[in-house]
Design a protein around this ligand. Structure first.
Ligand SMILES: [Zn+2]
Length: 144
C-alpha cells in the first residue's frame, strides 16, 4: 500500500509488564505490528473500521471483515500521567497514557512515549510507534 507510513520501532530492554492476550484471529495484527505496520479490520458489508480488530462488525454485525492498513497518524484527544498505577506497572511509574484520534477516524487508548522538554496537550499531532519489548511489540504514541 503506497502512502502508508511505517512506524518507528523503539527497543525496550525488558518484557511487557502486562502482555496482551492474543488469538489466532488477532495474529495478523501482531505480526504486522512487529514489522512496523498498523492494520485493523474493515467490515465487508458496511465498510466501518473497528479497533481493536474484530471478527464481527460491531456496527452492523456482519460476519465478514477484511484486514486493512491504517496511517499511523492522528491527534491527541486527551491524556493523563499515572502516578499510582496497578501493581504490574509499579516499576514504570510515572507513565503517560492518552486517547488518540487517528486520521482514519478511530479513537484508541494508548501508552504515550514522552519526549524530554515537550509536554503533552490536547489536539497535538501524534504518530504511533512500536515499542519492541523482549517478548513482543506494543503500540504507543508520541508527539510529532
Ligand atoms: Zn458493518
Amino acid at each position: 500500500m503506497s502512502g502508508i507510513e511505517e512506524m518507528e520501532r523503539i527497543d525496550v530492554d525488558r518484557v511487557r509488564s502486562y502482555p496482551p492476550r492474543t488469538s489466532e484471529f488477532t495474529q495478523p495484527f501482531w505480526e504486522a505490528l512487529a514489522a512496523g505496520r498498523l492494520q485493523t479490520t474493515r467490515c465487508a458489508a458496511c465498510g466501518a473500521l473497528s479497533f481493536p480488530p474484530k471478527p464481527v462488525c460491531p456496527h452492523c454485525w456482519h460476519g465478514e471483515v477484511r484486514w486493512t492498513p491504517l496511517q499511523p497518524l492522528g491527534r491527541l484527544y486527551s491524556w493523563t500521567r499515572v502516578h499510582a498505577g496497578p501493581e504490574m506497572f509499579a516499576a514504570e511509574l510515572p507513565y503517560e497514557v492518552g486517547i488518540v484520534d487517528l486520521d482514519a477516524g478511530l479513537r484508541l487508548a494508548l501508552r504515550l512515549v514522552a519526549v524530554p522538554g515537550r509536554e503533552f496537550a490536547p489536539d497535538m499531532p501524534v504518530r504511533l510507534v512500536v515499542l519492541r519489548f523482549r517478548d513482543g511489540p506494543l503500540l504507543a504514541a508520541m508527539l510529532r
